[in-house]
Ligand binder design. Structure first.
Ligand code: SF4
Length: 347
């Protein structure tokens, strides 16, 4: 399920950042993780959580607080409660209505994991010529391999501006009628920067078909289901197997007229008044984004333990769902509080 976007279909079938998992994390595994602590495990977090890829959404959660993103996986029922909050629901409805302004929903029968991924690729194959013709597209899937990890995301909106620049627009709805804090802004800038890395990699032809088969454990020779084949035919795409469809997509995207993304912008929208708050142009420093990403991925590939927020950002804990159970908070901030009390008693 795509966590920060509406759950209904886009032009043909809803693209999701999270491919269906072969197996969810089992309750016993969660108990085991709790007993062993979060880091005393010989498997990397990617293996432990049975992840074949990471979503942009998850990496953005990690930007806010890495420990929180780990608890989101360990305590999905608590995370679900947050997702049901009215603010999140209203945000999803606004995203959906925007999407439906320019795209129709076409149900497609899906029988296998390959079918599910095939629909995303078909959505891309449908949108590429529209974008080349200067039209606006929404919910454009992107993916790529960074630091050996397969990452998937869905770009809210792509369009050309009057200067002929390719613009990525990310819609953020807010309950408050004001721009976000610098901490939230940092997360949003990282998100659009990561989308640009992935999109640019695709148009530069950096993605190879074996990346898709190997990382996502998909069967290249799998015959596409009848519903997917019929849908592909309607779009003028001829592919019988999953591999044929992947080849078609990769050739189409790398041979298209699409440039790399020129401009990243974040559009803030007020839920209450249903009106704009403001639009921010996000800076893009490739070396910086890559450096941040490398640091985040080093946790998922098992090179280090998870971290919570620094003491300067302890204010984030006050609104955190995991405040009561967080080991990081207990160990770090309680010790800091005790040290502070100790030093003041000697003044
Ligand atoms: Fe992160 Fe603080 Fe929440 Fe722990 S309590 S997960 S450190 S925000």
């Amino acid at each position: 399920v795509n966590l920060d976007k509406p759950s209904s279909s886009s032009s043909f079938h809803k693209c999701s950042e999270e491919a269906p998992k072969q197996e969810a994390v089992k309750t016993d595994d969660v108990r085991g993780l709790k007993r062993k602590s979060l880091h005393e495990n010989s498997f990397s977090p990617m293996q432990r959580f049975r992840k074949q890829h990471l979503s942009v959404t998850l990496l953005c959660d990690q930007t806010w607080c890495e420990m929180k993103s780990v608890y989101n996986l360990l305590k999905p029922h608590i995370k679900r409660k947050e997702m049901q909050r009215t603010e999140v629901q209203i945000g999803q409805e606004i995203h959906l209505s925007r999407e439906l302004e320019i795209q129709d929903v076409v149900p497609v029968d899906i029988r296998t994991r390959e079918d599910g991924e095939a629909v995303k690729l078909l959505n891309m194959l449908h949108m590429i010529p529209l974008l080349e013709a200067g039209q606006r597209v929404r919910e454009f899937p992107v993916f790529g391999v960074q630091e050996g990890v397969f990452i998937m995301g869905v770009i809210d909106e792509l369009m050309y501006n009057q200067k002929g620049e390719l613009v990525l627009n990310e819609l953020k709805t807010r309950r408050q009628n004001s721009l976000p804090s610098s901490a939230q802004d940092k997360v949003n800038c990282f998100q659009v920067g990561l989308y640009k890395l992935l999109f640019d990699g695709l148009v530069r032809g950096e993605m190879k078909k074996n990346h898709i088969f190997d990382h996502l454990k998909l069967r290249s020779a799998q015959i596409l289901g009848a519903g997917v084949q019929a849908h592909a035919k309607n779009l003028g795409v001829h592919a019988r197997t999953f591999e044929e469809l992947v080849e078609t997509l990769l050739i189409t995207v790398s041979c298209s007229d699409l440039p790399c993304i020129d401009l990243l912008q974040i559009e803030y929208f007020h839920q209450g008044s249903n009106g704009p708050i403001g639009t921010r142009v996000a800076p893009f420093d490739e070396a910086q984004i890559r450096g941040e990403l490398q640091a985040y991925l080093s946790y998922w590939t098992g090179q280090r333990e998870p971290k919570g927020v620094d003491i300067e950002e302890a204010w984030k804990c006050r609104s955190c769902l995991y405040e009561e159970i967080c080991e990081w908070r207990k160990n770090r901030f309680t010790v800091s509080d005790q040290q502070a009390a100790h030093s003041s008693s000697h003044l």
